[in-house]
Write a protein that binds this ligand. Structure first.
Ligand code: IPE
Ligand code: IPE
Ligand code: MG
Length: 241
């Protein structure tokens, strides 16, 4: 397996799915799968750093995930908080900048606190932007952008003709980040589940049966290799590319 170091994606986004089924298949409760999922997150971040990947977005909690049983939701929030607290030193050491996308104000106050302080303490780091999608929904994000833009038009600060694709992108939670080149979903489902609806318009999609807790360094390298074997045409013909 030979990766082309000149063709590493600028941004990989991952729908980390399959934790619950992974645990249940082993006779464990679902939260055990989420715990195992945190280990996989650490390994994938390490690989991302080794590869020199600039941006990694991880879908950790969707706007729809509030509909899960309450103990699972609180278990996930606790894991998130513990993860952020325990990984701060590693983020500082490995030059990782944390960022979050989603309706962050809707998260529990204690999670918001560690999230804000981790973002603040890692803000000057440059090697990898680790972008966590938390209480994230693509439709919610677009709605939020539309409201902001509409308010500017309503105040007379913006002409509707001045609303461009770039302006819309600037009002998304991902403002300033490149669109994902590669979007991976683990766990066997082939759907977006409300993830990066605007930004993924030209992402290469990669679906794998592997459950997130089993998704290791080799799996990520395989996904990038598959990406490198694709021809991205952006509407052109193969001859033009
Ligand atoms: C993904 O794993 C993690 C989150 C959604 C937080 P799931 O918990 O959805 O695992 P499955 O799909 O039930 O196996
Ligand atoms: C998507 O997984 C959300 C995250 C990975 C955080 P889900 O397991 O919630 O997706 P659906 O409900 O099966 O589409
Ligand atoms: Mg799932």
């Amino acid at each position: 397996m030979q990766l082309d170091p000149a063709n590493i994606p600028k941004h990989i986004a991952i729908i980390m799915d399959g934790n619950g089924r992974w645990a249940q298949a082993r006779g464990h409760i679902r939260i055990m799968g989420h715990k195992a999922g945190v280990k996989a997150v650490k390994a994938i971040i390490e690989t991302a750093r080794e590869l020199g990947l600039p941006v990694l977005t991880l879908y950790a909690f969707s706007t729809e995930n509030w509909n899960r049983p309450q103990d699972e939701v609180s278990g996930l929030m606790n894991l998130l908080k513990n993860y952020l607290q325990s990984e701060l030193d590693a983020m500082l050491k490995n030059d990782i900048r944390l960022r979050a996308i989603g309706d962050i104000n809707g998260l529990p106050a204690d999670v918001q606190d560690v999230l804000h302080s981790t973002i603040e303490r890692t803000r000057h780091n440059k090697a990898l932007t680790l972008n966590l999608a938390l209480n994230y929904g693509g439709r919610n994000e677009l709605l939020h952008a539309i409201r902001e833009i509409a308010a500017q038009v309503g105040r007379g600060d913006l002409q509707s003709e001045a609303i461009t694709e770039e302006l819309v992108a600037d009002h998304l939670y991902t403002s300033g980040l490149p669109d994902p080149d590669l979007l991976i979903r683990t766990g066997g489902e082939s759907r977006l589940s409300n993830f990066l609806l605007w930004q993924a318009s030209y992402a290469e999609l990669y679906f794998t049966e592997t459950a997130w807790p089993d998704f290791d360094k080799t799996c990520l390298l395989e996904a990038i290799l598959a990406y490198q074997q694709r021809q991205r045409r952006f509407g052109r013909t193969g001859e033009q590319v």
